[in-house]
Design a protein around this ligand. Structure first.
Ligand code: ADP
Ligand code: MG
Length: 725
């Protein structure tokens, strides 16, 4: 057994007890694992600050000072003993002894000022060591307390002298720790010592994980050097280089693993070949009242190439709200029709499915393709007819909600499944589509999402899907002016909405309703509705309301009233978030806007500016909101670019929290690289992995044996989340 696989208990300073603790607390049991436990940040210990320059806003600093006074405090702040260099200044009565001490306070001074060092633990040991008159180097986080600057539990060292290189030597790593570890003496400093010993043991045996040519091509240092410098950087430059190497490696193997799966799948000839374009496609295309945007053309082209290829398409289509994804979906369905296959479009809500249906019927007017709508509220008779039409193939395109995946829905030959707003469908639900067709091959899959996913995340979450992006809006879309207002400005906002209505426009007013089933929140929506009705009274104004507790009939009635222009204002919860198209609406008011996530706000804003000459989004914020929330609202006012917003969202919240990704989660946990911060390196690593797989898709060449070996590690054995089959 090599040193890297040996137990950490044999590292000097560890032993069986601490080894058990490290295993339980951090999951580290071997020397090799320990060496992959990297510092989470670094402290520059090359600088010693004069006390007068230290402020409580600084991160960790070091100061050197002479001890002027030492005080032992007992219960309730009583003084047990106070001393200075001259001797005892104050002493408690005999029954209050050292053992009763709760806190040790050390006052230090340098030429510029004084500062307090405080200990709640290790009191006896520190009391004996930190005697008045002596000089030490203290290292810790300064904070303001009772008008003094102090540090709690600083690290204490002898001041650096010539030859003493431990204190004040350059960059020091800081490791994540836990209370239990600290209690058992594995403090930051102890961890540093343990790590140094582990490096001595393990480094000589550390085998390179990347082939020579990969290292050369990417200008990386070798693994052993990188590991040493990630723990004990020789310099900031060395740290940078080491961290780049380790991050690259991680991202590279991640991408290599995902892409390899994709290559394997794409080489399997298991798709339905659809070589024809067909008359229906051409007729629809010719009949369009507008030209496709360049981005739409490009994406249609990509999809056609996939569907022709004889391999199954698995493509993610990303495009901002209003970028014209539906159009692209319809043309894709018509390719299937032209080849004698059926398609389905699944939408997450009834409202959306209906809207899709209306639009799709329009696009199909010049074709002989029959289209039907199937949702939860489709009546029994109609439903029976649709089931029959799907089974005998007379229905070419079916649009619907979850009703489409019910067991009694059977297709004659489903060739394409379009899934709108992918994140609302679980993987299992998508898989159900599979059993619904008897063509012997899985249908092509096009997943559409208007929640822009940052590129880096898409590359990981959907690393084995092909991604198309519509990054261009149809001409004529007006920018939406976005402003934020406080509660005090609401009357002005109402006036503004009235002015817009006077111009013939309509307005959305959205309330946050996080759990639609929650009665209280519903009450608050109804309260909001009452308020608005009182500001916009009949007969001059008509206000419609839509929320999740209504029956479908109520919902449709209200939606239709707004869509047809009979209602001036639509008060709603976020049910309108996705897809609803009312070109005449020019104002989107979002109440308690700080309670919405960025992508949600962005989606909501996308509802306006689809037709009106000028469009506005008014973010109404509550009086007290957090800094984070304020940052989100500021960002909304600063940009309309969905991808920029998604990137920022990820930076603010971290990729795991990103809206729409909770269901899928991240396929692997990264040790050092960050999807939010290392986007450029990720792209490089992905491109490089692609170039390798292009030449050697199965990694069979001897040069790549190392890569295969690494990929076999658990860490890179990625569950295929994105696969829809
Ligand atoms: P998405 O589904 O991406 O939010 P839609 O497909 O609903 O967008 O399109 C939004 C609106 O833009 C629709 O009214 C649609 O008819 C229109 N549209 C789509 N493509 C174009 C285009 N190339 N030129 C002009 N209008 C377009
Ligand atoms: Mg849409």
């Amino acid at each position: 057994m090599g040193a890297l696989d040996s137990s950490i208990q044999f590292i000097s300073g560890v032993g069986p007890k601490r080894a058990g603790l490290l295993e339980r607390e951090l999951g580290i049991s071997t020397v090799g694992q320990l060496l992959q436990f990297y510092p989470f940040r670094y402290i520059d210990r090359s600088t010693v600050f004069p006390i007068a320059h230290v402020t409580s806003s600084m991160a960790y600093v070091q100061v050197i000072g002479r001890i002027t006074e030492v005080t032992l405090y007992g219960p309730k702040g009583s003084v047990i003993l106070k001393e200075n260099a001259q001797g005892v200044l104050q002493k408690a009565s005999a029954d209050l002894r050292m053992n009763a001490a709760k806190r040790l306070s050390i006052m230090i001074a340098d030429a510029t000022g004084v500062m307090e060092m405080v200990f709640f633990k290790g009191i006896k040991w520190n009391y004996e060591r930190l005697r008045p008159g002596r000089m030490f180097l203290f290292f810790g986080k300064p904070q303001a307390y009772n008008g003094y600057l102090n540090m709690v539990h600083p690290e204490v060292d002898d001041p650096p002298q010539a030859g003493n290189m431990t204190a004040g030597a350059g960059m020091t790593g800081v490791y994540n720790s836990t209370e239990k570890l600290k209690d058992s003496g594995i403090t930051g400093k102890a961890m540093t010592r343990i790590m140094a010993a582990a490096l001595n043991l393990g480094l000589p045996e550390m085998r390179e994980t990347l082939p020579d040519y990969v290292i050369r091509d990417n200008n990386l240092p070798n693994l052993a050097w990188a590991v040493r410098n990630i723990h004990f950087p020789e310099s900031p430059e060395a740290l940078e280089k080491a961290s780049r190497r380790l991050k690259f490696e991680e991202l590279f193997f991640l991408q290599l693993s995902l892409l390899k799966q994709k290559y394997v799948r794409s080489r399997a000839e298991n798709g339905i070949a659809m070589p024809r374009v067909g008359e229906a496609f051409n007729a629809c295309y010719r009949g369009l009242p507008f030209d496709l945007t360049g981005a739409q053309k490009r994406v249609v082209h990509e999809i056609r190439a996939d569907m022709m290829s004889g391999r199954q398409m698995n493509r993610l289509l990303q495009g901002d709200v209003g970028s014209g994804k539906t159009m692209v979906a319809v043309l894709s369905c018509l390719i299937a029709s032209g080849n004698g296959y059926q398609s389905c479009i699944m939408a997450p809500t009834e409202v959306l499915a209906q809207q899709h249906y209306k639009n799709v019927c329009k696009y199909l007017k010049d074709t002989d393709v029959k289209c039907a709508l199937l949702t939860g509220s489709t009546g029994t008779a109609a439903r029976r007819e649709i089931h029959a039409g799907l089974q005998d193939g007379s229905i070419g395109i079916i649009i619907g909600t979850h009703a489409l995946i019910e067991d009694n829905v059977i297709f004659r030959n489903l060739g394409l499944a379009v899934i709108d707003e992918q994140h609302r469908f679980g993987v299992d639900q998508r898989a159900k589509l599979w059993n619904k067709t008897s063509c012997g091959a899985p249908p092509h899959v096009l997943v559409m999402t208007a929640t822009p996913i940052p590129r880096t995340l898409a590359m990981t979450l959907y690393g084995d899907l092909d991604v198309s992006v519509i990054d261009e809006l149809p001409p004529g879309r007006k920018p939406v002016q976005t402003i934020q207002i406080g509660q005090g400005k609401k009357n002005a906002m109402y006036r503004f909405v009235r002015d817009q209505i006077a111009l013939g426009r309509q307005a959305f007013i959205v309330f946050p309703l996080i759990f639609e089933s929650d009665k209280l929140e519903l009450e608050s929506l109804e309260q909001g509705y009452e308020d608005i009705v009182s500001k916009f009274p009949l007969p001059d104004y008509k206000v419609a309301i839509v929320h999740g507790q209504q029956t479908n009939d109520e919902k449709n009635f209200n939606m239709d009233a707004f869509a047809a222009g009979r209602a001036h204002i639509l008060v709603s919860t976020t049910v309108i978030e996705v897809g609803v198209d009312v070109p005449n609406a020019s104002v989107m008011v979002i109440e308690s806007a700080q309670r919405f996530g960025l992508s949600q706000l962005h989606q909501l804003r996308g509802r306006v500016g689809r037709g009106a000459d000028e469009a506005f989004c008014i973010l109404v914020k509550d009086n007290k909101i957090s800094k984070e929330s304020q940052k989100r609202l500021d960002l909304m006012c600063a940009t309309e670019n969905g991808f920029e917003i998604a990137e920022e969202d990820m930076k603010m919240r971290g990729p795991g929290d990103l809206e729409g990704t909770q269901q899928s989660g991240l396929p692997i946990s990264l040790n050092i690289a960050s999807l939010a911060k290392d986007g450029i390196l990720l792209s490089q690593a992905r491109q490089y992995a692609e170039s390798i797989l292009e030449k050697d898709p199965s990694l069979e060449s001897p040069d790549n044996a190392m890569l295969l070996r690494e990929l076999r590690k658990d860490k890179y054995n990625i569950k295929d989340y994105s696969k829809i089959s």
